[in-house]
Design a protein around this ligand. Sequence first.
Ligand SMILES: [Fe+2]
Length: 221
Amino acid sequence: MATTKTTAKSTKSTAAKRTTAAKTTSSKSVTASKASTAKTTNSRGVVKAKSTAAEGLKELFIDSLKDIYWAEKALVKALPKMAKNASTPNLIDGLNNHTTETEEQIARLEQVFTIIGKKAVAKKCEAMDGLLKEGQDIMESTEPGAVRDAGIIAASQKIEHYEIATYGTLCAFAKTLGMDDVADILHTTLEEEKQADITLTEAAYNTINFDAADADDSEME
Ligand SMILES: [Fe+2]
């Protein structure tokens, strides 16, 4: 009899599995977005709404915007200090020009927040905070002149490369989310960051690094 009961249970459980499988198949046939927004119950029985991949990406996009908004605001305060510490005229000009550009980039980010219907909020960017501290350390540990200028260029280029990576990602996110107008605005900033990086490289190769090397040579003699 025990065997019969087990068989009966097993048949029941197989039937239940089939029903579950049928339900799963029918839910799979529902559109992807509907399926992924379906509510699920976790182990505690609390109902949680699943977000779609698009919603997740949009959240990440907004979070990254807040991050770079903080970064640009911190940079616009740091650039004039870097210009004050620099000696070579073309480096000073480059840093001052980029201060003006950064003010415009902040305004562009505020425009983006308006377009997407979100308040412009800055969230501390640990990466920019670290890069700016590194720049500050270089300025504090060098004498004014060619070597300090070379250090300022090195720190600024790390910052520019970080910004290029960030704006490149933000452009890709905006395009993926179908926000072409936002992507265009962010692309303008991306191009400015690339140009700023080129200007710094030219400053380094044209004069400053050679002067720094000469200064080192004379110190060694
Ligand atoms: Fe910037």
